[in-house]
Design a protein around this ligand. Sequence first.
Ligand code: ZN
Length: 226
Amino acid sequence: MKRLTRGLRFCEALLFPRRCPFCDEVLGFSGPCAACTPKRMAQTRGAGQPIPPQAHTFDALDAIYAPYFYEDDVRAAVLRLKFEDRPDLADPLGAQQAAFLRAAGCAETIDAVCFVPSTRRRRKERGYDVPLLLARAIGGEIGKPILRALEKTRETEQQKGLSGQERRENLKGSIGVRAGVSVQGKRLLLVDDVITTGATMSACAEALRAAGAAACIGTGIAVVRQ
Ligand SMILES: [Zn+2]
């Protein structure tokens, strides 16, 4: 069985070669992209360092971790994942998030992996759910189950172009814990793609805390430098 799985993996690698999430070039069978690794250093945040709370909204979150700043080729990678029909990029980018959480020493402390809920309209437009795909990639890497705990309780306006305060107003009461899901006493990881002001993540964490979650740690691929 193991040999068969390995064989299938090999065929898959031939048919769908690994691509660098940052420059989109085809890569070999292992290792990072030699062209991007040195270039990306400027957008790479200190290994395992949480985002300092003063610059972003942090209510109800214990800490937020993101391996990159949302700039240059990292931004390009996120935009490809979100808007150019590239769900395959969730795996390599989620793996970076997982590695960062491991470096921070918090991957083992988590009971389950939750994700920021997308609006139905957004999922329909895109055909896939980016935070869910990232959560699956991270959960697979750190060996923790996915918990589909949150839902949008109403559609909200696009957050783009809104200030921190406006974002919080826009989100008020728009996210809740799904009926029949228990988060009581659980230490949860909350996954999103980009952390702009932290307002979305905070709204999610508030809902999880209100439902009895013991801890809530956030993670994004990248954070907007404030
Ligand atoms: Zn590259």
